[in-house]
Ligand binder design. Structure first.
Ligand code: G6Q
Length: 543
């Protein structure tokens, strides 16, 4: 690998450090007071998403330095490298081309000398045709009944995306179909998922890129046994099981007809795969046309990210702001607060996207970083969160940058509901930024000793993202926005955002322990004394 300049040795990093020392105490109250245009000026808009970032602890100088940092880190060049299929996932030797999954028909993205876009559309067409057959009732189960229940079996990237998309787009879904998502290897998840289903009306999607993941294959085998216990005939598997995978041999071995396998490619990372065949459950729910709109939203944001100057580029701005808080202010978390009930799984989805991607401690060159990388992402839909954890964001000792996500129009207009919901978004961002001073509290005739308790320091940063309406297109553009925020962060931090070696060690150790729990001979334990004692206790306890 070419010699890389360490991030902390870059001139713009040093400039940001001294800028941070000089400005860290500046209060948003003063910044707003000094610039009457701030609230309308520090905004950007793209692909139907309006971003107000004025309530961040930044000045024009901060932004200038952050954009200079992005330029020094060659963000532009790295974006082009990703989009053009360079093998930027260096530790796995792979291209990173989720953007090709939403490239329009006719586009060209070359991987190892081959244009992959036609294949992408072939799979999309096959998914659409299959969805039409299930949705119309033309596809019959083994006993001739139409399919009513669809169970996606997958975990991690093969679960969280479809779970989130199906929940977010439930408004657009065919309500006659009942969707469930089975992920945990805990037998309870399996039992509760199938307990009231009729195998003759149930279709399982076994969704696994590798088709070897322990949790998914264990659940898939239990599902096959459960289905065969009623349908009796092995030939029924072809009518009740389909696969989403890159591993045709394993799919066949499981008994699934490879004609009912929807493929994808090694250049699609699990957490970047909801717009590939992994989205089969989503196509089944919302139909092929809505799924195409979802992809169009992704693609529009891809183009925005690829072509817009950083100063107006939503993912670049948000990514750089999170670097500012994470690496300079030492903020450890980011709260994502969607004010839309349909987006209730969006924060959980973002947790994998952000934390598996940027939870890294060495640079691409292998050196240990001497700055903070990936933040902890978390959140709940508003207004529920307000009645639980917002207290800590308002008056706690930690700085927690917030992303509020809001929609101008409700999908379910009902009396005052939407105005009340939106009033809360605006009020929360306002309260976080401006707080309530001791003087203001005193003016309310509060007793002196109570004043500190009722004072809000303010100066708590937030972004407000506003979109007209939650549509498939809007969801696609929001997800792509965060994908590219993660990319921007990763480029600046100089880390590999597209591998996940950290997940491996636990998996390897678990597979060593399984036989120690299952074997009747209770083999001798050779772990540390704590692990040995825990296993021994479990062996005794389960008898
Ligand atoms: C995501 C990860 C991981 C993966 C799951 C499922 O980026 O790689 O969450 O998606 O481990 O893997 P399979 O799809 O191979 O079962």
């Amino acid at each position: 690998m070419a010699e890389r300049t360490l991030l902390t040795k870059r001139p713009s990093w040093a400039a940001l450090q001294s800028h941070y020392q000089n400005t860290q105490k500046s209060h948003l109250r003063d910044l707003f007071a000094a610039d009457p245009a701030r609230g309308t000026r520090m905004t950007a808009e793209g692909v139907g998403i309006f971003l107000d970032y004025s309530k961040n602890r930044v000045t024009d100088e901060t932004l200038k330095l952050l954009f200079a940092l992005a330029t020094e880190c060659d963000l532009k060049g790295r974006i082009n490298a990703m989009f053009s299929g360079e093998k930027i996932n260096i530790t796995e030797g792979r291209a990173v081309l989720h953007t090709a999954l939403r490239a329009p028909k006719g586009a060209s993205v070359i991987v190892d000398g081959k244009n992959v876009v036609p294949e992408v559309h072939e799979v999309l067409d096959a998914m659409g045709a299959f969805a039409d057959r299930i949705r119309s009732g033309e596809w019959k189960g083994f006993t001739g009944k139409p399919i009513k229940n669809i169970v996606n079996i997958g975990i991690g990237g093969s679960d969280l995306g479809p779970v989130m998309a199906n929940e977010s787009l439930r408004f657009y879904a065919k309500r006659e179909l009942n969707f469930r998502f089975l992920s945990n290897v805990d037998g309870t998840d399996f039992a509760e998922t199938v307990r009231d289903l009729d195998p003759a009306e149930t279709l399982f999607i076994v969704c696994s890129k590798t088709f070897t993941t322990q949790e998914t294959m264990t659940n898939a085998e239990s599902a096959r046994n459960w289905s065969l216990a009623t349908l009796k005939d092995k030939a029924s598997v072809a009518k009740h099981f389909v696969a989403v995978s890159t591993n045709a041999a394993k799919v066949k071995e499981f008994g699934i007809d490879t004609a009912n396998m929807f493929g994808f490619w090694d250049w699609v990372g699990g957490r970047y795969s909801m717009d590939s065949a992994v989205g089969l459950a989503t196509v089944l729910a919302i139909g092929p046309n809505n799924f195409r709109d979802l992809l169009a939203g992704f693609h529009a944001m891809d183009e925005h990210f690829r072509t817009t100057p950083f100063e107006k580029n939503l993912p670049a701005i948000m990514g750089l702001l999170s670097v500012w808080y994470g690496s300079f202010f030492g903020a450890e978390t980011v709260a994502v607060l969607p004010y839309d009930q349909y987006l209730k799984r969006f924060p959980a989805y973002l947790q994998q996207l952000t934390m598996e991607s940027n939870g890294k401690r060495v640079t691409l060159g292998g050196a240990e970083v001497d700055y903070q990388t990936g933040s902890v992402y978390w959140g709940e839909p508003g207004t529920n969160g307000q009645h639980s954890f917002y207290q800590l964001i308002h008056q706690g000792t930690k700085i927690i940058p917030c992303d509020f996500i809001a929609f101008c129009k409700s999908l379910n207009p009902a009396g005052r509901h939407h105005d009340l919901l939106m009033a809360n978004v605006f009020a929360q961002a306002e309260a976080l930024a401006f707080g309530k001073t001791a003087e203001q509290v005193k003016a309310d005739k509060v007793e002196d000793w109570l004043v500190p308790h009722k004072t809000f320091p303010g100066n708590r940063p937030s972004n407000v993202l506003m979109v007209e309406k939650l549509t498939p297109f809007a969801l696609g553009s929001l997800v792509a926005l965060y994908e590219h925020v993660v990319f921007t962060q990763g480029v600046v931090w100089d880390i590999g955002s597209f591998d996940q070696w950290g997940v491996e060690l636990g998996k390897a150790l678990a597979s060593k322990i399984v036989p120690e729990l299952e074997s009747a001979t209770e083999p001798e334990l050779k772990h540390d004394t704590s692990t040995n004692a825990l296993i021994a206790r479990y062996r005794k306890g389960k008898k």
